[in-house]
Design a protein. Structure first.
Length: 306
């Protein structure tokens, strides 16, 4: 059983990832924090509250950063719709807990023992970067940091950069260099976890309100042209599934950094899989996932929610 904090920007794939986490007995989700990303913080907080509320789990949701550490905020409504969950209207969830995300994350870390907390970042890393940079003494409480971010090769928001990394590269750089174990789910592994219309159709009628919401949200996402229109990649659920069923994945120790320049390469993750960069391997990158097992377990866990 892992004690987990999830920082997210729901977001259609965040919604599926949250349901997977909240429906998996391997994880004890003690805090959900929201960050501006796919859509503005007002929407991501509302969506996080609604998704946790639908799950029936008593997990506090705390609002965090509404913009990156540097630069201006940019959303991605083309994929996630103006409300962040494809226009699907979710029942209002419980109110957000007071305070701000970085403080809430630090409070959980302060109350934990060494290596007790796993941090999961499935949006821009602003909240995680703020929390870790402002109280480094708490780093030893972190067992592992799992991020959906980056790409070895082409990005999805610019030719060079993946959306989360591009949105706050400075925050990502802080997290990548914090010294704790970091596992990264990049676009290359998430491209292997594509939700098809056939799979979505097969889920309908399973489970309860969470599965119904998940299917409606997934059905709202345009098939990814980047992936040949096969369906929608479940980026964020890959980060969660690594914690739930790590044997579904292969992975490799790498050196990972992020381009902080202000040119066309900004936000590019430079992932060295072949030891070309001298020095420590500061991360592990997920390389492959067993898609059949992934979607079988994903469906089972969401169907198990209310
Ligand atoms: O590039 C994919 C990532 O950006 C996912 O986390 C998605 O939710 C968006 O935040
Ligand atoms: Ca996300």
């Amino acid at each position: 059983m892992r004690t987990v904090i999830i920082d997210c920007d729901p977001g259609t794939d965040d919604a599926i990832a949250l349901f997977l986490a909240l429906g998996s007995p391997e994880l004890d989700v003690v805090l959900v924090t929201a960050v501006g990303g796919n859509v503005g913080l007002d929407h991501t907080v509302r969506n996080a509250r609604a998704l946790v509320g639908l799950s029936g789990k008593d997990v506090p949701v705390v609002a965090g950063a509404d913009r990156p550490m540097l630069g201006s905020f940019v959303a991605e409504p083309r994929v996630h719709g103006r409300n962040g969950v494809g226009g699907v209207v979710l029942p209002e969830g419980p109110p957000a807990a007071p305070g701000v995300a970085a403080d809430a994350i630090r409070a959980v870390l302060r109350a934990a023992g060494p290596g007790e907390i796993t941090l999961v970042g499935i949006g821009p890393a602003t909240n995680l970067g703020l929390a870790l940079a402002s109280e480094p003494a708490l780093l030893d409480r972190v067992a592992e940091i799992v991020l959906m971010t980056g790409a070895w090769a082409e990005g999805n928001v610019t030719p060079a950069a993946e959306f989360n990394a591009w949105n706050d590269p400075e925050a990502l750089s802080i997290v990548l260099s914090c010294g704790r174990p970091v596992t990264v789910a990049t676009l290359e592994v998430t491209a292997q976890a594509v939700a098809t219309t056939a799979w979505i159709a097969a889920q309908r009628g399973q489970g309860g309100a969470c599965m119904a919401a998940a299917c409606d949200i997934l059905a709202s996402v345009p098939p990814s042209a980047r992936l040949g229109g096969r369906g929608s990649p479940q980026h964020d659920a890959c980060a969660i599934m690594w914690l739930v069923a790590p044997d579904m994945f292969t992975h490799r120790a790498v050196h990972a950094s992020v381009d902080l320049t202000h040119g066309p390469g900004r936000g590019r993750t430079v992932i060295d899989r072949w030891g070309k960069v001298p020095g420590a391997r500061n991360a592990s990158v997920l390389e492959t996932v067993d898609a059949e097992r992934f979607f079988a377990l994903l469906g089972e866990r969401i169907a198990g929610l209310p």
